[in-house]
Ligand binder design. Structure first.
Ligand SMILES: Nc1nc2c(ncn2[C@@H]2O[C@H](COP(=O)(O)OP(=O)(O)OP(=O)(O)O)[C@@H](O)[C@H]2O)c(=O)[nH]1
Length: 893
């Protein structure tokens, strides 16, 4: 049988003189939504930095015919890394979603009918629509990886065959597992000196907690280290990449041919087939039946049966079997069969679990909402709010589409592009999109699919599809967009629908910040507009204005995160601004309470008289030495028996607003308490905004305030002054009130500093372990939590009960061309790391982790890697606080 990809690869050569992309539009416009969903794969590539994601993606685009020459990351000519900052650094910063077809469609018959089942042919016999999302590999962009993961149906994890499983891979792998994303592995860079396929496969078992199913074995020329092709264990054939520089010419040899030309390789291929059938039989009952049907002959089972069994195990939840493929993208080896396997093994959008949603105060799934009819009340005690927010069957029928904006990109040529994944219904060009995150509606002027660097306009995007909306003014990365039939631009969908969030995620607290000052007044507008775009692109950046200094502070997740933001601002947006040093974002915690008093604002705003008052007091939150800052929840208390609304705020702050009971359905009680131009929700949101602004800068050292309870009291009889009390006046009153009391509390007993503390996981070679632990605990003030996964929370132990404990001795691997101690199983117990590898988990103040990579490299001869994430904020000891403050002051001069 001639491999299908040989045909595809040849077609690439034939197509390469065509410059335009006329095919996709036809394909999309004539394909039914269901056909499209069945033949769609929304996949991502996840990997450690430099494992070869970009190189592999470029080959995928080339072989599928979407680019005419192979891009080269080292030359800065790739399609996917398209920001100048990315090209300059050779790393991927933004997730770019690209659509292509695999196998390439036949222009004469772009939509051949789908067979009723794929029982007799593999899915990759039919052209599929692949939406590929390239995810960033650097730890600072973990949040961006998470955002991309949300929209994936499957993933290819690329490993560097020399480095094996690296720290960041393990982290992203686990995160993808939490989203139940089926994954396959591509062991790349097998052409490099020191590439160790066998060791890497064992590491997959032990560190990624699954059973590696070796589906391809590397083909080393004459059994030595020149990597020339792969052995296809599923179809029992060898594939040799030789004779063409672009990898489009591949020779295939069946087992009989191999037995005469390369006996040793043929024997290994058979061993691999036996191991694969054995492994599949342990996890798939159908494979056991096939095994018996074919007289227990591992080699007699047809490749298609093996493929179908692999597909079943990959789609099992949790995924325990991990298919492994081999290649060297840079040498153009292995990419076409990898693409076949993406189509054959990874799921279509129709095969994915129902996406999670949050609506009102509860969580559910989208299909439950769409099929359940009228929604039940979120909380039986909240009668009033549930009555107001309940949805009837017609409301739900009117929900014409739900989509998630997973990426906003400012394209130099096309303006702002919002990448969306549609989860239900169909999003049509021109429809009104209600943004449930911003509570505003805007029209979708243009819809597109992105093919490499070419955009193709489409009229609609149906469920399961990934596409781009251009011309939106407000939508940000992460926003949920819904289409509600008949909704006008100024309207709001009924009840809880206006709060519907698809796959909501918590934004971690920013731990670094920098200051931004326009060079001149005339530059201010451009700087602000550029910052607005940056924030739409990346909501894990946060902006605040320091009223005292007039400076704008930009806060982010890591120093590289802010560095990239700075580069984007200055180089891409050409903003003329002074940008300060990147500093650690400490917090200051209140340590004493204040007595209640009333604060009155009485000064003109924008030339108009303004007056508003509010009662205020503050107190330290239960004085915790540590806290875990999570994102604020929606208001907790709308119970009609209470007069208080409680807002949990970031950084362990809480805002209590006492106010009169004004049921929102009772307009007469509103009229008796409030002037006609004010509403209770409007006043509460103004107070919330004012109090939050005051907390952004503490009186002690200008850091954001943490661990503080704020009590504000709104007495509608004495605190409102007719038309002089506007929401803006009330917001300013709240801000002034809180700022005054924060100062009072700090004067009575100074605030204390809290510092970000990281959870750090470090992988080192055995010889370096002692030095690294010593450096962590003595020089960096860190606390070692576990060594080699002896703590249940460490990432080398199974992350959950679903994870399996894999004994590396039971994993089949072909031999590597050179023998290495790392490929032996000696001394490696199940659940432990491969020989020679050690893992350290520690809590270390962020300040001590700045520039750690260089130090770790020096201590480990360049082999150590680490990942870290914010574990919480911790109160600093007196001496440490003094040292930090002294250093900060020194830096000001
Ligand atoms: N020898 C060899 N080098 C490779 C191979 N694949 C990629 N590289 C090189 O590895 C380096 C990193 O490759 P990229 O494709 O940029 O890796 P990436 O994973 O996209 O990296 P980030 O975008 O930084 O996350 C480049 O210098 C590539 O040329 C391969 O198969 N063999």
């Amino acid at each position: 049988m001639q491999p299908r990809w040989i045909f595809c690869a040849r077609r690439v050569v034939a197509r390469s003189h065509h410059s335009s992309l006329s095919l996709p539009k036809r394909l999309l416009s004539t394909t039914s939504a269901e056909h499209l969903s069945k033949t769609t794969r929304n996949i991502g590539i996840i990997a450690h930095i430099d494992a070869g994601k970009t190189t592999t993606t470029e080959r995928m685009l080339y072989y599928s015919g979407y680019t005419r020459r192979i891009g080269d990351v080292d030359e800065g000519s790739t399609v996917t890394d398209f920001l100048p900052a990315e090209r300059a650094r050779g790393i991927t910063i933004q997730s770019a979603a690209i659509t292509f077809h695999w196998p390439p469609a036949n222009p004469a018959d772009p939509n051949p009918p789908l067979p009723p089942t794929f029982d007799s042919i593999p899915p990759s016999s039919i052209s599929h629509n692949i939406n590929l999302i390239d995810t960033p590999g650097h730890a600072d962009f973990t949040f961006e990886v998470l955002r991309s993961l949300r929209v994936l149906d499957g993933a290819v994890c690329i490993l560097d065959g020399v480095a094996g499983v690296e720290a960041q891979t393990e982290k992203v792998w686990t995160q993808a597992g939490l989203y139940q994303i089926p994954r396959v592995i591509f062991v790349n860079k097998l052409d490099r000196d020191g590439a160790a396929f066998a060791r890497t496969v064992k590491e997959v078992g032990v560190r990624l907690h699954g059973w590696p199913a070796v589906c391809q074995i590397p083909w080393w020329k004459d059994g030595k280290s020149e990597f020339v092709g792969v052995g296809d264990v599923v179809n029992l054939r060898g594939m040799l990449w030789q004779g063409s520089s672009d990898g489009s010419q591949i020779q295939a040899f069946d087992l009989n041919q191999l037995e005469t030309t390369n006996k040793q390789f043929a024997e290994e291929l058979k061993k691999a087939r036996v191991a694969l059938v054995e492994l599949l039989s342990e996890h798939d009952d159908v494979m056991v039946e096939k095994f018996l049907e074919y007289d227990e002959d591992h080699l007699a089972i047809p490749g298609l049966q093996i493929l179908q069994s692999l597909r079943r195990v990959v789609l099992q939840t949790p995924q325990v079997v991990i298919p492994i493929f081999a290649g060297a993208s840079f040498r153009n080896i292995g990419v076409q069969p990898l693409l076949d396997n993406v189509v054959d093994l990874l799921p279509s959008p129709l095969e994915r679990p129902d996406p999670e949603i949050s609506i009102g105060n509860r969580t559910s799934t989208l299909n439950q909402l769409l099929t359940a009819g009228p929604t039940p009340s979120a909380n039986p005690t909240k009668k009033q709010s549930s009555k107001k927010n309940a949805l009837n069957a017609q409301d739900i029928r009117n929900l014409a589409a739900c989509a998630l904006a997973f990426k906003v990109v400012n394209d130099p040529k096309r303006g702002i592009l919002v990448y969306v994944r549609v989860y239900s219904g169909t999003l049509d060009k021109g429809s009104v999109l209600f943004n449930t995150s911003l509570s505003t509606a805007e029209r979708a002027p243009r819809l597109m699919k992105m093919y490499a660097n070419d955009a193709v306009e489409v009229d609609s995007l149906s469920a399961g599809q990934i596409g781009v909306i251009s011309g939106l003014k407000h939508a940000r990365t992460g926003d949920t967009l819904i289409v509600y039939r008949g909704l006008q631009l100024k309207g709001q969908p009924p009840g809880d629908l206006s709060t519907l969030q698809l796959r909501p995620i918590n934004v971690p607290p920013p731990v670094f910040f920098t200051s931004i000052e326009p060079n001149s007044l005339s530059e201010q507008k451009h700087v602000q507009e550029s910052l607005d775009i940056l924030l739409r692109e990346d909501p894990s950046l946060q902006l605040s204005v320091d009223e005292e200094s007039g400076q704008t502070h930009l806060a982010g997740m890591g120093d590289l995160h802010l560095e990239i933001a700075r580069d984007r601002l200055l180089n891409d947006f050409k903003a003329k601004a002074r940008i300060g040093k990147i500093e650690i974002g400490y917090r200051e915690a209140t340590t004493s309470s204040t007595s209640p008093s009333t604060y009155t604002l009485d000064k003109p705003i924008a030339g108009k008289p303004a007056k508003a008052a509010i009662g205020v007091s503050i107190a330290p939150a239960l004085l915790q030495d540590q806290y875990d800052p999570s994102s604020p929840q929606p208001p907790q208390n709308e119970d009609e028996n209470h007069f208080e609304t409680i807002y949990p705020l970031p950084d362990n702050n809480t805002l209590h607003i006492s106010h009169p009971k004004l049921p929102s359905h009772d307009s007469s009680s509103h009229k008796s308490h409030l002037p006609p131009h004010l509403s209770l929700p409007g006043l509460l949101s103004a107070i919330h905004a004012g109090a939050s602004a005051a907390l952004a800068r503490g009186p002690f050292n200008g850091f954001p305030v943490s661990n503080t309870n704020i009590s504000l009291t709104l007495d509608t009889a004495t605190h409102l002054f007719s038309t002089e009390t506007t929401p803006t006046a009330m917001s300013m009153a709240a801000r002034g009130a809180v700022a005054t009391h924060l100062r009072q509390a700090n004067d009575a007993s100074p605030n204390v500093l809290m510092e970000p503390v990281m959870r750090v996981t470090i992988f080192v070679n055995e010889a370096a372990m002692g030095k690294v632990v010593q450096d962590l605990s003595s020089s960096r003030g860190g606390q070692v939590i576990s060594l080699d996964g002896d703590d249940s929370s460490s990432s080398s132990s199974p992350a959950s009960a679903a994870d399996v404990l894999v004994n590396p001795a039971s994993i089949y691997t072909p031999p590597d061309p050179f023998s290495s101690t790392a490929t032996t199983d000696a001394g490696v117990a199940p659940g432990q790391l491969a020989a020679g590898q050690r893992q350290i988990v520690a809590r270390v103040p962020l300040k001590e982790m700045v520039g750690y990579l260089n130090q770790l490299r020096a201590l480990t001869g360049g082999r150590g890697t680490f990942v870290m994430s914010v574990d919480g904020f911790e109160r600093m000891g007196g001496q440490r606080q003094k040292d930090v403050l002294d250093a900060l002051r020194l830096a000001e001069f």
